[in-house]
Ligand binder design. Structure first.
Ligand SMILES: Nc1nc2c(c(=O)[nH]1)N[C@H]1C(S)=C(S)[C@@H](COP(=O)(O)OP(=O)(O)OC[C@H]3O[C@@H](n4cnc5c(=O)[nH]c(N)nc54)[C@H](O)[C@@H]3O)O[C@H]1N2
Ligand SMILES: Nc1nc2c(c(=O)[nH]1)N[C@H]1C(S)=C(S)[C@@H](COP(=O)(O)OP(=O)(O)OC[C@H]3O[C@@H](n4cnc5c(=O)[nH]c(N)nc54)[C@H](O)[C@@H]3O)O[C@H]1N2
Ligand SMILES: [Mo]
Length: 620
């Protein structure tokens, strides 16, 4: 309250908060007077939220889990489900077993995408066998996704031309295109004008490989594209996501069984937090709901996303940070700058289940509030409480913690947020904070009042599995300005501007098997064959040979765009295209300046970092 301007405070939720906690958090912050919501989705699937909203009217998956049973082909782009979405592997295994092709686009050979041994299969476990997953494994260059997708689309257009010339009906879904889309003419013109040699150079793939992928796509009646951080975390991440949508639109692969787009989310409720109002650009329907239900005028000016918040703190324009979970300073690019930014604050508040490095960056005043985890019993005045989350497929369901809390003094997230709000706001706008903390079903009633998509919220979560929020594209309803699904032309081919210096490699940053984001559980990365350490950089054997290096040699990895260095890393020869390299997140974040991010979505370019490699002087 002592701040001269509410816009000098930043409010970060990390995507673990339940719908109930997140809704209270955004209500508190908006009643306080700002839209400064740096959010972990800003570092994750923001290119999806922004990019898909522009072209299909909703930044979420259009598919359900059942759709995978009906897909005739799956395209899997830039994600590593063996480690990060293990439940997805059972689904992909089933798809492969029934003979549907799975086309993978990934610079690294990820073992679980090549073959997968199911822990649920007694035969595979007993006989040490496995099921092949990818039918086609396309090892594109890092940042080559836009070019590769354009290549596949160019091939599909050529197939369509040939079929029409032979007297057929073509391979495009012309009825769908006419009724549901705009902009295909410009896109086809752009594809026709784009030479194959340039597509090959930018993607690192051969024309024949892309044409084959185009044939698989055109032959399959229904296609699902799954994708992850390999697509979104580039300077042109939004454009890359939109190329995926373009490809799906060509054959009407939205809104029918077995077809659609499937961005795989990270944190358990990162999607739900956004739905219930964590958004630095306050959506009009949310503001209308808040006005109607609470009778106050929420701030409408755009607030800070994660990068903008960190920049504001670094420059002293923001003086307070309140974190509902997460490890923001470590997850963000350029930790040297982020650490200093947090240390320069007047007040840092963390609500957390576990201690982490961000908590140790001391501002002038620091408050650390331990909270219950979702598996722990949450007892309030009206009895034991349940909370709800929304998954990638827009299913909202409830869970109830059962484990005894670590101490009677540890409070729940909704209780803490409601109590903070009461302490800061008093009875401003007469929001019933205490009643909300006592009984979470009242929070759900409030959510349903503000956001009508949640009507009969308390009733509908009693159904096992919960309920699905409306997903326009899965019913071929497009909430875009044109009312249609839009083809978006991207004039270039690169997800990141290419660096002409042949000495410079493009480094991508990855999760190992034994980590959950910034929490490192162990030092093994079993599918990639790395054990007992994380200070390694994966490189192509020819790139190693060109530098006179062999596996195990110690090098310094220097950023080609700042003076940051990761010293004393060991090189590992790996199946990755020439000119590309990979290292683990978050350690490699030092190499990424805060200024390198997708200007459309704000997502940092974690996956295309220009670096130089030199033999470590310390080792010489
Ligand atoms: N066990 C575990 N599970 C997790 C997490 C975790 O840390 N640990 N984190 C959670 C979170 S928040 C998220 S967002 C998800 C992340 O899940 P993923 O999206 O799988 O995340 P990454 O490990 O970053 O892996 C990205 C994949 O993209 C590939 N890749 C890198 N650069 C490129 C590129 O330029 N193009 C293409 N096509 N591919 C590229 C990499 O080789 C790698 O296979 O996982 C969630 N689940
Ligand atoms: N270089 C590089 N950087 C990246 C990425 C990358 O691929 N490469 N990925 C980005 C992505 S996709 C993401 S999502 C971000 C992750 O960024 P964050 O979400 O900020 O990081 P986490 O490591 O998931 O945060 C873990 C902490 O959250 C707290 N926590 C866990 N569960 C709960 C809970 O239920 N309640 C509360 N209150 N606290 C809890 C604990 O204190 C724990 O230490 O990192 C991003 N940074
Ligand atoms: Mo994420």
């Amino acid at each position: 309250n002592a701040l001269p301007d509410p816009n000098m405070a930043e409010f970060y939720p990390s995507g673990r908060a339940s719908n109930e906690a997140a809704f209270l958090f955004q209500l508190f912050v908006r009643a306080y007077g700002t839209n400064n919501f740096p959010d972990c989705s800003n570092m994750c699937h923001e290119a999806t939220s922004v990019g898909l909203a522009q072209v299909i009217g909703l930044g979420k998956a259009s598919v359900t889990l059942e759709d995978f049973d009906h897909a005739d082909a799956i395209f899997s782009i830039g994600h590593n489900p063996g480690t990060n979405h293990p439940r997805m592997m059972a689904t992909l295994r089933e798809v492969s077993k029934r003979g549907a092709p799975i086309v993978v686009f990934n610079p690294l050979k990820e073992r679980a995408l090549e073959r997968f041994a199911s822990p649920q299969s007694p035969v595979e476990m007993a006989t040490l066998t496995s099921t092949p997953i990818a039918s086609n494994y396309l090892q594109l260059k890092i940042g080559g996704d836009i070019a590769a997708l354009k290549g596949v689309m160019k091939a599909v257009i050529a197939l369509d031309d040939a079929d029409l010339a032979a007297g057929g009906d073509g391979v495009l879904d012309r009825e769908f295109l006419a009724e549901h889309t705009i902009g295909i003419e410009n896109m086809i013109a752009d594809l026709r004008a784009c030479p194959w040699e340039e597509i090959e150079a930018a993607s690192g793939l051969m024309r024949a490989q892309l044409e084959h992928a185009g044939q698989i796509y055109a032959k399959a009646r229904s296609v699902i594209v799954c994708y992850g951080m390999g697509v979104t975390q580039h300077s042109q991440g939004t454009a890359a996501v939109q190329q995926i949508s373009n490809l799906l639109l060509l054959r009407g692969n939205y809104g029918r069984p077995g077809a659609g787009i499937c961005p795989l989310r990270g944190h358990s409720n990162v999607q739900g937090d956004r739905t219930v109002g964590i958004d630095e650009k306050a959506p009009a329907h949310l503001c209308e709901g808040i006005r109607r239900v609470y009778g106050f005028e929420p701030p409408v000016a755009h607030g800070h996303d994660a990068v903008a918040a960190m920049q504001a703190m670094a420059e002293g324009r923001s003086k307070v940070m309140v974190c509902l979970g997460g490890n923001l300073a470590v997850a963000m690019s350029d930790p040297a700058r982020s650490f200093a930014a947090v240390r320069g604050l007047d007040l840092a508040v963390h609500v957390a289940t576990k201690l982490n490095r961000s908590h140790l960056l001391l501002a002038k005043e620091n408050i650390l509030l331990p909270c219950l985890g979702r598996t722990e019993l949450d007892m309030q005045a009206s009895g034991p409480q349940s909370v709800t989350v929304e998954d990638t497929m827009s299913m909202v369901h409830a869970s109830t913690g059962k484990l005894p809390p670590p101490s009677e003094h540890v409070r729940s997230e909704p209780w803490i947020v409601a109590s903070l709000a009461r302490a800061v706001l008093g009875d401003r706008f007469a929001i019933p904070w205490q009643a909300y903390a006592d009984d979470y079903s009242l929070i759900r009633d409030a959510i349903a009042q503000v956001l009508p998509a949640f009507h009969d919220y308390n009733e509908r979560i009693r159904t096992p599995g919960g309920f699905r929020l409306p997903v326009g594209p899965s019913e071929r309803l497009w909430k875009t300005p044109s009312g249609k699904a839009e083809f978006r032309v991207f004039a270039g081919l690169h997800a990141e501007a290419a660096n002409p210096d042949p000495e410079v490699l493009t480094l991508t940053t990855l999760r190992s098997h034994d980590q959950y984001n910034t929490t490192i559980y162990g030092l093994d990365d079993r599918y990639r064959g790395v054990f007992g350490r994380r200070d390694v950089i994966f490189m192509n054997p020819d790139d190693l040979a060109a530098r006179g290096l062999v596996t195990g040699d110690v090098v310094d990895v220097s950023s080609a765009v700042s003076d940051a260095v990761l010293a004393g890393y060991s090189v590992v020869s790996y199946n990755i295209p020439r000119g590309c390299a990979a290292a683990y997140y978050p350690e490699a974040n030092v190499l990424i300046p805060l200024s390198r991010h997708d200007k459309t979505s704000g997502t940092p370019s974690y996956k295309s970092v220009p670096v130089r490699i030199s033999r470590s002087p310390a080792a010489a």
